[in-house]
Design a protein around this ligand. Structure first.
Ligand SMILES: Nc1ncnc2c1ncn2[C@@H]1O[C@H](COP(=O)(O)OP(=O)(O)O)[C@@H](O)[C@H]1O
Ligand SMILES: [Mg+2]
Length: 238
């Protein structure tokens, strides 16, 4: 469960997020929509502990976010996927997928695994789920955008965190690949809480239970996806 209380974020004297309050229950599928510059990525960065310039309270599964002192304990709670930088291009696919396991391994195990991958079966099983098993030994840089997104999903399957945060995970994909990626994400990580920032309102309505609208740093609606009206969408993007 995620609880956000009175979250404010100011940068360069500009208010980026204003009094955000949110409770997201275990297993909920929540889409966040809103125009560019609304503050969505800032919220994603704060919830994924990449940005600490805020005031307010964030509780992740009963513990204040700042109490997760090391990356390993945080990685068992939160996994992230975004448009870009979540894979290391120079590594083989297998190593990127197994990087989801780093939180469970000692430093020595992680080092050895770079030469001779540990738990290769775990990676292969996850790659099979996203139809990427035949690419296991390819250099990640040689994959297409859609294939990289599937590897990123395989990594999340291996990481097995409680909560998945996604920032425009499908923005760089064509409509067919985008749909496949969102379906894979929802299908294979269905037992998780998923919070995804999306530009495609149709997908938000189709695949998510709840939709949150953010505009000018403010939460303007927080509703069941069946309640979203054309007027709300029009006002949000106006
Ligand atoms: N590090 C920063 N310093 C100053 N302003 C920032 C910084 N990061 C983001 N902003 C500003 O915050 C606002 C929200 O940005 P962002 O969270 O990326 O929006 P979104 O993801 O909804 O498009 C924008 O006006 C952006 O210019
Ligand atoms: Mg953004």
């Amino acid at each position: 469960m995620i609880k956000v209380r009175n979250l404010n974020c100011v940068k360069d004297n500009q208010t980026i997020l204003k009094d955000i309050n949110l409770t997201i229950e275990k297993n909920e599928k929540v889409a966040i929509i809103g125009p560019s510059g609304a503050g969505k990525t800032t919220l994603f960065n704060i919830l994924s502990k990449l940005d600490e310039s805020y005031s307010g309270q964030i509780i992740i599964n009963g513990h204040a976010i700042e109490s997760y002192k090391d990356n390993k304990s945080f990685a068992s709670q939160i996994g992230v996927i975004s448009q870009g930088i979540h894979l290391i291009d120079n590594l083989k696919v297998i190593h990127n997928v197994l990087s989801g396991k780093l939180k469970d391994w000692s430093f020595i195990q992680s080092m050895i695994s770079l030469v001779k991958p540990f738990e290769k079966e775990v990676a292969l099983e996850a790659l099979q789920k996203v139809s990427m098993a035949e690419h296991v030994n390819k250099k990640t840089a040689h994959l297409s955008g859609g294939e990289k997104q599937r590897v990123a999903i395989a990594k999340l399957i291996v990481q097995n965190p409680n909560i998945i945060l996604a920032d425009e995970p499908i923005a760089a994909l064509d409509p067919k690949l985008a749909k496949e990626a969102i379906q894979l994400l929802i299908h294979h990580l269905d037992s998780k809480t998923i919070i995804a920032i999306l530009h495609q309102v149709d997908y938000a309505k189709e695949y998510f239970d709840r939709i949150i609208g953010i505009k000018d740093g403010c939460l303007v609606f927080d509703i069941q996806s069946t309640q979203l009206t054309e007027k709300m969408i029009g006002d949000l993007y106006a």
